[in-house]
Each structure stands twice: as structure tokens, then as C-alpha cells.
Design a protein around this ligand. Structure first.
Ligand SMILES: [Zn+2]
Length: 81
């Protein structure tokens, strides 16, 4: 089984406001959280390396989604817990 597959079986609890969860190439997760599609309070946070949205105030989902997805496609930090 690949690391990504193994990580899928040990997925951390899902926060209530979780909108999207991307699995990273390192087997960790990038969580997109917030009120929803048309809110500017959505954020993304990588559980592997700790990087997060550049804008501290958050953004609409259509702006955050590609950033979070491309971070997941490039982040090689492994889950430490
Ligand atoms: Zn990361």
C-alpha cells in the first residue's frame, strides 16, 4: 500500500467546518475550513508542514481551493502525529 493509501486509513478527525481535505504527496493533509463557498473567512492549513493561507483574513473558496490543492501536490512533510 502506498503512503497516501495508508494515511487515508488513519485520517485525523474532521473539524465541523471542514470544507475540503486534500491528501499531500507526503501523506499528510491540507484542510480547507470556513463558513462555505461565498465567505471570505475560509482558510487552508497544512497538517504536515504547518503552512497556511497567505491572507490572514481568509478568502472565497474558489481562490483558496487551487492554492490548497497545489500545496498538497508539492508538500513532502510527513505526518508527525
Ligand atoms: Zn505542507
Amino acid at each position: 500500500m502506498s503512503n497516501a493509501t495508508l494515511a487515508a486509513f488513519t485520517e485525523p478527525d474532521r473539524p465541523k467546518n471542514l470544507l475540503i481535505r486534500f491528501i499531500t504527496v507526503g501523506g499528510s493533509y491540507v484542510d480547507v475550513t470556513g463558513p462555505g463557498e461565498h465567505s471570505d473567512e475560509n482558510r487552508w492549513n497544512c497538517r504536515g508542514c504547518g503552512e497556511s493561507s497567505q491572507l490572514p483574513e481568509g478568502d472565497f473558496l474558489f481562490c483558496i481551493r487551487p492554492d490548497a490543492n497545489s500545496h498538497a501536490a508539492n508538500c513532502r512533510a510527513i505526518p508527525l502525529r
